[in-house]
Design a protein around this ligand. Structure first.
Ligand code: FE2
Ligand code: FE2
Length: 146
């Protein structure tokens, strides 16, 4: 069975790819770029929902540590989603601003993902039995997280 670290890392890569494709289409095919950004946004929201509804509560329960890493990651999610909506607005209202916001988003996501991949996800894997891991995968894949 794959680890949660591998599963979430793969999703980070998929989202990074959508962002890169958005950026490379932005100058020449804005409609396609906007479509790619929408796909990124809905994928990101689902990813964050998995983390905040499945992974983080599991970690907090196991470690009894609710104001540590998960608290920091949850605050960063708020910042990330704020930037995502600012980019969406700038695409129609202020196209020049979207480049700056895009760079900010990439920097923030890179740091955020690095912390999750190197600290948080491995800690979750170390503390989860095979049964607990299967259960988390099942909840995420059947969409029963809301
Ligand atoms: Fe996250
Ligand atoms: Fe993540």
């Amino acid at each position: 069975m794959i680890t949660l670290t591998e599963y979430f890392e793969t999703d980070h890569k998929r989202l990074d790819l959508l962002l890169a494709q958005f950026k490379s289409n932005l100058e020449n095919d804005k409609t396609r770029a906007i479509g790619l950004f929408e796909a990124f946004e809905s994928g990101l929201r689902k990813h964050i929902l998995w983390e905040e509804s499945v992974l983080f509560p599991f970690f907090e329960k196991k470690s009894q540590f609710s104001h540590g890493p998960t608290h920091v990651m949850t605050n960063e999610h708020i910042e990330i989603l704020q930037l995502v909506s600012q980019i969406q607005h700038s695409l129609t209202d202020e196209p020049n601003k979207s480049h700056v916001l895009f760079e900010e988003l990439v920097n923030l996501l890179t740091k955020h993902n690095h912390k999750e991949e190197n600290i948080l996800y491995p800690l979750v894997d170390q503390n989860a039995s095979e049964t607990e891991r299967s259960l988390m995968f099942m909840i995420m894949e059947t969409g029963q997280v809301a």
